[in-house]
Design a protein. Sequence first.
Length: 234
Amino acid sequence: MRRYAKRRVQENDRYRILDSWNNLIDYGLFIPLVFSGALGKKNNMIDVQTGLRLKKMKELIEEGNILEVGISKIRITNGKTLDCVKDLNPDILCDLNKEKIPIEDGTFDIIIAGEVLEHLNNPYKALREFNRILKDKGSLVITVPNICSLVNRIKVLLGDLPSSCAIPVDEENQERHIVDFNLRTIKRILVECGFKIEKITSNGIITKSKLLIDSFPASMGETLIIKARSVRDA
């Protein structure tokens, strides 16, 4: 009995240690300790990620006839909008999980889809539709969460799930993630759907406390930001 109690205490201590490491990750402390040696001023992680993502997306957008897919509170352009939520009053009401986009071939110069593909049952279908309604050599600017970011790799190493990963939920929720992406996967899918990739970047290494590193290999960044161009078959 005494031996069993001792083993239980040891197991509880081990779990407490693991929880402590996970908390360091959750509150953005582990990465700063490793890479910067300091814990700068805390910011809201979502605001930091979104702000950097939008800034870098804008840098990739050209002039032309624009379609912005997935409306948020912060619009990137003044182009036409597409969404499946009627209350958002999009110019084009369309559920990409169920419907073909009601637009003629070769209509738009640019399509912007920030944080959209991870919510779709079949990203291939949506990307082929984007390719169809883009003009020849039209540009596509997309972003997707990176399941293999540096922070997520450390989380997995410590026994935690990556941030924003696709997990089962017992409800219908349009905001839930259905598909996960890393850089290799999204590059392959874009090429298979008829796009030529022109630029790949990310919003850097971010924790809840601050942006740690802006210039870093995209494969390690929190959000993948990609510009690709439609390529018509000869």
